[in-house]
Write a protein that binds this ligand. Sequence first.
Ligand SMILES: *Cc1c(COP(=O)(O)O)cnc(C)c1O
Length: 401
Amino acid sequence: MRQGDLEEIAKAELAVLASEDRLWKRHVVEGPATSWAVVDGRRELVLCSNDYLGLANNAEIKRESAQALEAYGVGTGAVRVIAGTMRLHVQLEEELARFKNAEAAITFQSGFATNFGVIPTIAGEGDLLVSDELNHGSIIDGMRMSRAERKVYSHNDVDSLERVLKDSAAYRRVLVVTDAVFSMDGDLAPLPEIVKLARKHGAMTYVDDAHGEGVLGDLGRGAVNHFGLEGQVDVEMGTFSKAFGSVGGYVVGGGGFCEMLRNRVRPFLLSGSHPPAVAAASLAAVRYVQKHPELFERLWENTRYFKRRLRESGFDTGRSETPITPVMVGESAKAQAMADELFRQGVFVIPIVFPMVPRGAARLRTIVGASHTTEDLDFAVEKLTAAARVAGLKGVGGGGR
Ligand SMILES: *Cc1c(COP(=O)(O)O)cnc(C)c1O
């Protein structure tokens, strides 16, 4: 390649993305992004953070994290299998296994690295991976890393799943992979039916609970606990980057399985381990949620209140059953215009447009958290209604009903 070509290639690629409205605008946040934050120099109500419980800026957790930083330094200097496993990493895995009522746990650098590294470790040549069509991109990429065959079933459609499973007898292993909470719509996978079908057809199950952890189940133990399925899902995967407020991915499961992952998963073997301050923050978060049930009560009160207010104002909130609440708009350009207007009015939401969702299904994705006050949510509904009027969104603006 000649010098300079890459800049030409990038320019052409960026032009394509721009023409499809697919360029991400950079937003810069000053200070913590919990409920209100200064974004691009403006004070904004943040409705697009995954920090469901406000733990990213929790005083007790920050203290634990700062102490770890002082005691262990800023980095580990190695991967987990060399000198990069500190006492804190071990404590975190033990605490997590206890919290999840599982035999063992293993942590990774991120949820993305977890799916990317673990899925191809479980399934290879001669195996079949069965995936919901709306699964997260890290699952899709993890499946691509595997030599297993891949089949996709229609979203949350157990009949479609069964058609695939009926046809799977020739494979060595079959693994059904699904998000527990789908991140664009906030709907739940029918896990009891999926687990039952998988068992009937001799398949294993892998549940990505990134948006269920810390949100669903007893004290935030997640979707598997919520559905009463503990011990019945083969692999439970989650992340610390959402409700737990820090960063990192994990898997809980059998002791032998986690030990095998310790020896096989490539990001675990080949990429540096979490800084002590990160491991300590995750550990403190897992401990914190178990002592603070009021956080979940607040999160769910806010979720119910916000959804009700939106519906009363005439908004279509899709099929959400969780704090992720889409405000359906339709055309991409309209969703973009509404998000821009809302930002000017002090509400930070992200438009979700094609190709992240089908054409004509553009939306604003809102996420409420335990840190929002009722006044915050009222403010958001008021501004959303005003922006919808400006954009000419059908059915909105009539007030209470
Ligand atoms: C956010 C998310 C991930 C990635 O987790 P990170 O820890 O942020 O890398 C994986 N799966 C799902 C469903 C997610 O929503």
